[in-house]
Each structure stands twice: as C-alpha cells, then as structure tokens.
Design a protein around this ligand. Sequence first.
Ligand code: SAM
Length: 349
Amino acid sequence: MDQPTFAMISCAVGAESAVKESVLQDGWRLAFSRPGFVTLKHEQSKEPPRGTFIRTSSRSIGSAKASSFSNLAELLIEKLSEQFDSSPPFNQLHVWPKDRAPIGRFGFEPGPDEVSNAISAEIFPRLAKKWLTCDLPNRIAESGDRVLDLVLVEPSHWFFGWHQAGDWHTRWPGGVQPITLHQEPVSRAYYKAAESITWSGFPIRRGQTAVEIGSSPGGACGRLLELGLKVIGIDPAEMDPSIAEHPQFKHIRARAGDLPRKTFRGAKWLLVDSNVAPEKTLTTIRNIVMHRDCTLEGLLVTLKIGNYTASQKISSWEQEIDSWNPSRVRVRQLSRNKVEVCFAIEFDR
Ligand SMILES: C[S@@+](CC[C@H](N)C(=O)[O-])C[C@H]1O[C@@H](n2cnc3c(N)ncnc32)[C@H](O)[C@@H]1O
C-alpha cells in the first residue's frame, strides 16, 4: 500500500490560489494554509509538487506550536526521531519565515530574517551531531544534498520538512538567493537580475554583450556590469549616473520597438524588464529574435501578470514564445518578482 505524502510549499503572498490551482489536478488535497504558505496531502507516495509559483516545496514531517523555544525544539526532535533512524540524515538545515507581505510592499523582501536567523542559530547546535552534517545553518546546498527545512509560519508556529536540492532555487534557503553586496544597488531589479541569471544557468561570460530593454535606472545593468559584460541599456528614461558613466555601458535612449535590428547585432544575452503590456513586449521581442541576423542565445524576460487570477495568461505567452522556435523555455515567479514571472528562453545558434 502506498503511503500518503504531505507537502509544504512557500510562495509569494497572494500566489496561494495560483499554487493550489496548479496542484489540484494532480490529486493533491488542500490542508493548512496561510498567506505565503500552503500545505497539501496526497493519498499516494509522490514527489512534492513544483510549479511556476512554488518557491519552495518540501516533504512535510510535521508542525509544532508552542510558546517556548525549548518546547518547539523538543517537538521537532520528536518528529525527526519518529521518522528517521539512519543518522545524520540531512546535509543542510534551512530556516526561513513565510513571507509577511507581498513582495516589495512596505519594502518587504523575502528570505531569512533577523528572527529566523536567531532561531536557526539556537536550533542548529541541538540538531547538529545527530541530524546534520553541515557546519552552519542556511548554507547554500549542493545539488543532491538532503535539506532539513524549517518554516516559521510564526516564530511560535513551525513547520518542518525536507527536500533534496537540485536546481539552483532549491539550493538556496527559502528559495531566495543569498547575495553579498559590494555596494548598494541602484534599484531592487539588481536582485531580480542576479537571481534570474543564476537560476537560468546561462553560460554568461566576461566580455560578452548583453542588452537590457527597460534598463532605467540601472539595477540589472549594474549586475551585468559586475559580471564583466558589455551592456547596452535601452530605455527612454535616464540611467543612474553610476551606470551611465561606466566605460562598458552604452545607453540608447529610445523605446525598444522603434530601434533598427542592428542594435542587437553581436549581443548574446537579452534582459527585458519594461513596464509595457506583456503582449506588446512579446511582439517587440519576436521582431528581434526572428530576424535572420539575430545572435541572441538567451533571454530573461520579466512579464507582469497584473494579478494572480490572470495567471492563465502565462500559457498563451508560452505559446507565443514557442512559435519563435526556442530550444528551451522555462518560466518561474522568482523570489524577487512582484506579481510577475520570469521566462528563461534559450536558442541554439
Ligand atoms: C521596472 S523599470 C526597469 C528597472 C530596470 N530594469 C532596473 O534594473 O533598474 C521599467 C522601465 O521600462 C521602461 N520602458 C517602458 N517602455 C519601454 C520601451 N518601449 N522600451 C524600453 N524601455 C521601456 C521605463 O522607462 C522604465 O524605466
């Protein structure tokens, strides 16, 4: 007889309905949920679900609600002891809070915070020898690592689970890329660009040329310049002087659709982050990538959904993108995306 599977999912606040809709047809049933956090049950043994709006997905081990840290820790250890006998069964410990607010609202950014860091520092020594092989919590996991996940729905209400790390976003604590800044970014689009570049796995190298459509004020261009690329920013609006004056940067002050195709000649990578209706953006990109001289190998395209009830638009965008004959297309709501998704589109050239 198959054992049932319990799964726990983190997502952006507001994306829960899109997450639920995407898993129901696979036979998952809904259990406890809160904004930014969804739990599910399947009658059969199954891999926890993945999908566009699913930021993290773990097999659930259980939950604990208590007013003291010691009680919570005991309940966690009790659950681990019930379910795992070969020790230490986990390579990493990831601890993060569920999102408190929609991304960007009141400046909210997802991922481990002060409280979850304090809890991870306290729980780590209690778990270390018997349950973990890592030297510290919230390390970036290696692909293949078994990760013990602890989600703080509240500081006094914990959900525990585990997952096996694979793709980049499954290696980061809470699915949020940890970034060490060299300097304050020009805009939060810096984080979005960094995450999309790493997630895509595109073989981006120093000296290559990247173009960004919708480049002002320049957060994403800042990341591309840091990576040693030559960057062309297309935007009718002004660039931040720190980007505009960079020797490897060229600003074309125009709307992307008005430019001749030769603007993109020799470029390998295209980022698109313009606040234009997605259908219009896709027409502009189609005209660029379908041109016979196009040298682009990878596109990272941010498209605004507007609201989560319109998430079915994504499949019509996918159909349009497929008609360009790409070799691979992936779509995901990045952890730093507001109500928008990122397409990673690859071409064999
Ligand atoms: C979300 S902001 C871009 C943020 C930017 N990527 C960064 O890293 O700071 C959107 C930008 O799209 C630009 N935009 C709007 N329509 C455009 C078009 N047709 N072509 C190029 N840029 C456009 C706007 O001027 C605005 O600066």
